[in-house]
Structure formats: structure tokens, C-alpha cells
Design a protein around this ligand. Structure first.
Ligand code: ADP
Ligand code: TRP
Length: 333
């Protein structure tokens, strides 16, 4: 049986990149046969030292986001990372077989510190905690956006090192299973661009919250980077960020039509303002039902907490079994 697992950090509100690159993909995969584990990475969120109250609230908001967007919590186990402290034990065991060189090659540490994040030991060893998350549930498939691929590869390396040192070498004697990353099929979903044209990210201030609506949504869409060429000038649609956004939400036929009109130029060509108006409509419509479900869920936070607690019970039993196996393999039991 295939085991699917992924996590999402609970720093800030989930944005369109998280939606197309992760959450929507997770929800679709959860309809396939297999086991499904999805968790809110609150231990990982500590690398940015959020305020405790804010962190607590974000965890619940992230759970609500998954449920509102349609995750079936009967089929998929939704839980909070820190409800499974066994992963921190596994993190230590993996740290002891992981070379410094492997971590030094991580792009995310370099990118985050270059953008002003505090260079803490936790931020540096972040990929080991992530490997522990992945290996704790014997995951086979890890659905993530492009930016997380290197971390999944590091988890493969760590599993391999641990198995080489402590596995008994026989087929079936491996302590950890080898996980494989899976990106969304469409490249535009695996790396969604932000309002400024760079990768959309909570830490870059270029993101758009999934449930943004009304005036704030219009304001955000107005921020999408454009140029000053007039509407009648014929333009290559490939270089127009607004059209990239439109393609995320419009039917293929409609997107093609907008692109053709922009390419043709002339008196009938739409201005950027027209495209923005349509984009706002499409986003409002796309998330209308989920937004209503979110409002409902927020009225009953106890129910959300209950679902997270139920998920944690299942996840914890699984991780404890892996932890016991790993402890026994390295001589601690
Ligand atoms: P952020 O970069 O905003 O902090 P996270 O690191 O919490 O986002 O990512 C959570 C999930 O969302 C991961 O699977 C990641 O690959 C995916 N993701 C994040 N940003 C994007 C993006 N711009 N496009 C596609 N997927 C993304
Ligand atoms: N590092 C991931 C992110 O920033 C979140 C995460 C933590 C994760 N543990 C994981 C993703 C395990 C996949 C598998 O989004």
C-alpha cells in the first residue's frame, strides 16, 4: 500500500503557491487508494520564532484551510507535527549519521538567511527534522512544490546512510523506507509566481492569501507587476505575469482567448485593468464555497481541535513503532 505524506509550515497565512503547489495536490491525492498523512509543521515554524499566541492561532487556521478546501479527514490523517514528539527523537538519530556537508548544500538555509532569517542551528538542521517527519511514517510518496525537492532528496540520503550503518544488509532489513517526491503535474503549479514575479512565498511579502476577498483582493491584484505598454500594442503573452495568474483560475479556452487578444493588439485588445477585473472575479468564484466552509469551521474551533487530536493518535502510534525500530537498530534498546 502506498503511504502519502506531506507537511506545511504554519508561519503566516497559506497563499496561492501553497494552494496549487501543496494543499490542492494533497487533497486530490487523498482521494487515491493508500494511506494519507498531512500535518501542520509547527516545530518547523519555530525556526522563525513566532509569538506563541500567533503560532497557536496559525496552526488552527492551517487545519481549517485544509478542511475548508475539501480534505476528507476520514480518509486522510490530519495532525499537528508537535503532537508526535517521536519525530524529534528520530531527528537526533538521523543527525548522528548525517554529514555536515549534506546540510551545507541546502539551498533553503542559504536563501532564508540571505533574506534576513536568523542563522540558528534549528534553521540549519531543519532538513533533518523534515527527514524524520518523512521517515517516521514509512512514506513512499511526498507531494511537495519544487522548492522542497532538495529536502526530500536529503531524506533519501539520510535513510540510506542510516540503513547502511544500522540495517542488517538483508532485503527487508532496512530500517527506513526510501521516499519519493511528487510535484504537481503542471510546472505553473509546482512554482507559483508572486505578485512581483518572483516565487510566491510568505517570507518574500509577495504572496496572496487563499481566502482574500473584496477590497483587499482587488488591492492585491492591483499590485501584480505590469509594464507601461499601451493596450493596443501587440505583446507576447508569455512574458505577462497577469496572464500567468489568469491561467491558474480560468478554463483553458478562456485563457487562450485572453492571450490571443493580447497578442493581436489593436483597438480590441484588453488593457491590464480589464484582465485584473476578470482575475478578481475568477478568484472570488474559485474559493467562494471554501470561504463559506471556512467561516463555518471557525465558528466551531472545538471540532477542528477534535479532528487534529484524532489524527494525532493515529500518527503517533505509527511514528512510535518506527522510533522503536530505529532505537533497537542502533543499540539503544
Ligand atoms: P513558504 O515558502 O511560503 O514559507 P512553505 O515553505 O511553508 O511556503 O511551503 C509549503 C508547501 O507549499 C510546500 O510543499 C512548498 O513546496 C509549497 N509551496 C510554497 N511556495 C510555493 C510556490 N510559490 N509555488 C508552488 N508551491 C509552493
Ligand atoms: N519544510 C516544509 C515546508 O516548508 C514543511 C515540511 C515539514 C514538510 N516536514 C515535511 C513537507 C515533511 C513534506 C514532508 O513547506
Amino acid at each position: 500500500m502506498t503511504t502519502f505524506l506531506s507537511g506545511i509550515q504554519s508561519t503566516g497565512l497559506q497563499h496561492l503557491g501553497n494552494y496549487f503547489g501543496a494543499i490542492r495536490h494533497h487533497i486530490e491525492l487523498a482521494r487515491e487508494d493508500g494511506e494519507h498523512f498531512y500535518f501542520i509543521a509547527d516545530y518547523h515554524a519555530l525556526t522563525t520564532t513566532p509569538k506563541p499566541e500567533e503560532l497557536r492561532e496559525r496552526v488552527r487556521e492551517t487545519a481549517v484551510t485544509y478542511l475548508a478546501l475539501g480534505l476528507d479527514a476520514e480518509k486522510a490523517c490530519l495532525f499537528r507535527q508537535s503532537d508526535v514528539p517521536e519525530v524529534t527523537e528520530l531527528t537526533w538519530l538521523l543527525s548522528c549519521v548525517t554529514g555536515m556537508g549534506l546540510l551545507e548544500r541546502a539551498h533553503s538555509y542559504k536563501d532564508k538567511t540571505a533574506k534576513g532569517a536568523k542563522p540558528s542551528v534549528g534553521l540549519f538542521t531543519y532538513p533533518i527534522l523534515m527527514a524524520a517527519d518523512i521517515l517516521a511514517y514509512d512514506s513512499n510518496v511526498v507531494p511537495v512544490g519544487k522548492d522542497q525537492i532538495q529536502h526530500v532528496e536529503m531524506a533519501q540520503d539520510m535513510a540510506g546512510h542510516f540503513n547502511n550503518v544500522y540495517g542488517d544488509g538483508s532485503e527487508g532489513g532496512a530500517v527506513f523506507q526510501r521516499p519519493e517526491a511528487r510535484m504537481p503535474k503542471e510546472a505553473a503549479h509546482a512554482k507559483v509566481l508572486g505578485l512581483d514575479g518572483e516565487k510566491m512565498s510568505k517570507s518574500y511579502g509577495n504572496d496572496l492569501w487563499i481566502f482574500e476577498t473584496g477590497k483587499k483582493l482587488k488591492k492585491a491584484i492591483n499590485r501584480i507587476a505590469t509594464d507601461s505598454r499601451p493596450p493596443e500594442e501587440a505583446k507576447d503573452p508569455a512574458g505577462i505575469l497577469l496572464l500567468d495568474f489568469l491561467k491558474l483560475f480560468a478554463e483553458a479556452g478562456e485563457s487562450a482567448e485572453w492571450c490571443e487578444r493580447v497578442q493581436a493588439g489593436g483597438a480590441d485588445a484588453p488593457g491590464y485593468g480589464h484582465i485584473k477585473v476578470r482575475l478578481v472575479e475568477l478568484i472570488e468564484e474559485h474559493f467562494r464555497e471554501a470561504r463559506a466552509r471556512r467561516d463555518e469551521l471557525l465558528r466551531d474551533p472545538g471540532e477542528v481541535d477534535r479532528q487534529l487530536a484524532a489524527g494525532a493518535l493515529v500518527a503517533r502510534a505509527r511514528a512510535a513503532a518506527t522510533r522503536d525500530r530505529a532505537l533497537a537498530a542502533c543499540g539503544l534498546r
